[in-house]
Write a protein that binds this ligand. Structure first.
Ligand SMILES: [Mg+2]
Length: 234
């Protein structure tokens, strides 16, 4: 019996299955407005990004870490003079972000429905546990997955571990996502296929160069094109 070349398919969640970054951008606009008397918005955004970068190793990915980074930036920009009312507003807009509506991207449900049953489908996402569980529940997509993995970071060993546990190893697995840095490059390093689905908004810390030379690298315009990529492998 010949082995199937592909048995297991991993999907990123934020900005692959549903909108995410756009809500962060709106929150950031509200945040820079709060501090506009102290600095221009580009400067505030740059300082916020620096704070997020510094804090990733302390807080991990997600809204709670983002909220703490906004508070830290407000303290820096105002040289310690930020009023408690402004801190309270920052906490409010952070909490609003935790309640944003879940907007599934085009072709997502049809694609998952077409693949489920024939392949093991696993959702692999980082971020706040509560927030990701909420979004998955609201998306109504949970039943289409064989496994859900909410992880603190995505590197090659993450994919090796998950694709060995859920499927039959990384070589017969594929990862799909909008982040080259988190979804594609480490999955390719693990020996899997990596299918890049660019999203018009992607967090600047997730950008790396496209691994166009990698034989298992693929790129599609939207999830509706995934099925033909998979068919071409078999
Ligand atoms: Mg993503």
């Amino acid at each position: 019996m010949t082995q199937r070349p592909l048995t297991t398919i991993g999907f990123d969640a934020d900005d692959t299955l549903w909108q995410n970054e756009q809500f962060y951008r709106l929150t950031e606009l509200q945040f820079t407005d709060l501090l506009i008397d102290h600095a221009d918005s580009d400067h505030i955004s740059a300082r916020l990004l620096e704070a997020e970068k510094r804090n990733l190793r302390h807080y991990g990915f997600g809204i709670k870490g983002f909220t703490l980074s906004m508070i830290e930036t407000a303290i820096e920009i105002t040289e310690g003079e930020v009023p408690a009312t402004v801190i309270a507003r920052i906490l409010d807009i952070g909490r609003d972000l935790l309640a944003h509506p879940v907007e599934t991207l085009p072709h997502v449900r049809q694609t998952l429905e077409a693949l489920s049953g024939n392949y093991l489908l696993v959702l692999i996402t980082k971020g706040d546990l509560f927030d990701q569980e909420r979004k998955l529940a609201q998306s109504g997509l949970g039943d289409l997955f064989d496994a859900i993995e909410i992880v603190s970071d995505k590197n090659a060993s993450t994919y090796r571990r998950i694709f060995s546990k859920v499927g039959d190893g990384p070589e017969r697995a594929m990862m799909i996502g909008n982040s080259l840095k988190s979804d594609i490059v480490p999955a390719l390093a693990a020996g899997s296929y990596g299918v890049f689905v660019p999203h018009e908004l992607t967090w600047s810390l997730e950008h790396v160069e496209e691994p166009t030379e990698a034989p298992r690298f693929r790129k599609i315009g939207h999830l509706g094109e995934l099925y033909s990529v998979i068919e071409a492998l078999s």
